[in-house]
Ligand binder design. Sequence first.
Ligand code: UD1
Length: 366
Amino acid sequence: MPIRVVNIVGTRPNMMKIAPIMEEMSKDGFFQPVLVHTGQHYDENMSKVFFRQLGIPEPDYNLGVGSGTHTYQTAQVMLALEPLLEELKPDCVLVVGDVNSTLAAALVTAKMLIPVAHVEAGLRSFDRTMPEEINRTLTDHISDFLFTTEESGNENLFREGVSEEKIFFVGDVMIDTLLRHKEVARALNMPERLGLNPKGYALLTLHRPSNVDRREALSGVVKALSQVQELLPIVFPVHPRTRRRLEEFDLWEELSGLPGMVLTEPLGYLEFLGLMQDARVVLTDSGGIQEETTILRVPCLTLRDNTERPVTLTQGTNRLVGNRPGDIVRAVQEVLGCGVQIGRLPNLWDGRAAERIVCILRNRLG
Ligand code: UD1
């Protein structure tokens, strides 16, 4: 009998993490991987395009939870997943990252006494105002296999009293996906398609509640952007949450009227990766992009005061700049004023993390 593993995805950043794991689990008949999409993200450009581009099979089940408050999303995933797990009786449930779907699925699974595997375990921003910090901390403490991406993750887990036997330092599955798709992404000639020169533009993403949900914070960022776009054009694929806030705070007209701003819908994985590789600088509040720019050796300015991925600061190309307009503009000027940035590649970010994870699960569950 093959080992049945239910793999959970819910949001955009989950897709690039699950892709290499599903691929690896499907290689021989040892595992029977089942894919469950919670439906937390549901749009074509927030979800479906990633399945197509990354070759992820259609989900076997979609829980269809959609948008709502954190409690609503978490509860809906739990209610829908419990009967499904009762029916499927998996040997293990694998969750990735730190979104509401991750915690909800882990909680249901642990209560049913089914082993939980958490990919991207141990990361800590030490900022409990971030919903992701609560999700990742709680998920770790009810998981049986904790797969970490960087050494800080191991240290955090040891400090929190997680037993050493449960912790496996395997590297970063998101980097597996990046290394696999880098060349295809480059061949799309994304800068050219947007009328930009390679290394002649900034790339921006923004969606954290701390930056977009309060008027002062968001208008401060817009103020900074209006100065930065005088230095170099900025490509900005706008997240639906951010778009809504920009409109609500009457900032959309101002932003879209700036001559150096190139606003787009959220982009597919390959299109975004293509743009990221050739950016002069990336400005972001995303977690994953801090890691991706480190591998691509593109300077990254993170518009937050903390990061749960400290290896991107100590070895990579990342710098924390917060969200004050003066600090953002100064940091961009500094990047533009200096030459090539050479970071070191973090340990085990070598494109083989999924292989390690699946090998460990095979040995332990087999
Ligand atoms: C979620 C994750 C965050 C991750 C981000 C990536 C949590 C707590 N947060 O935040 O960690 O970095 O996804 O995008 O799980 N919406 C659409 N179409 C969709 C999905 C969402 O229009 O396909 C809109 C909805 O109006 C929704 C809003 O975007 O209210 C926010 O979506 P939600 O899933 O609640 O959280 P994110 O901000 O995307």
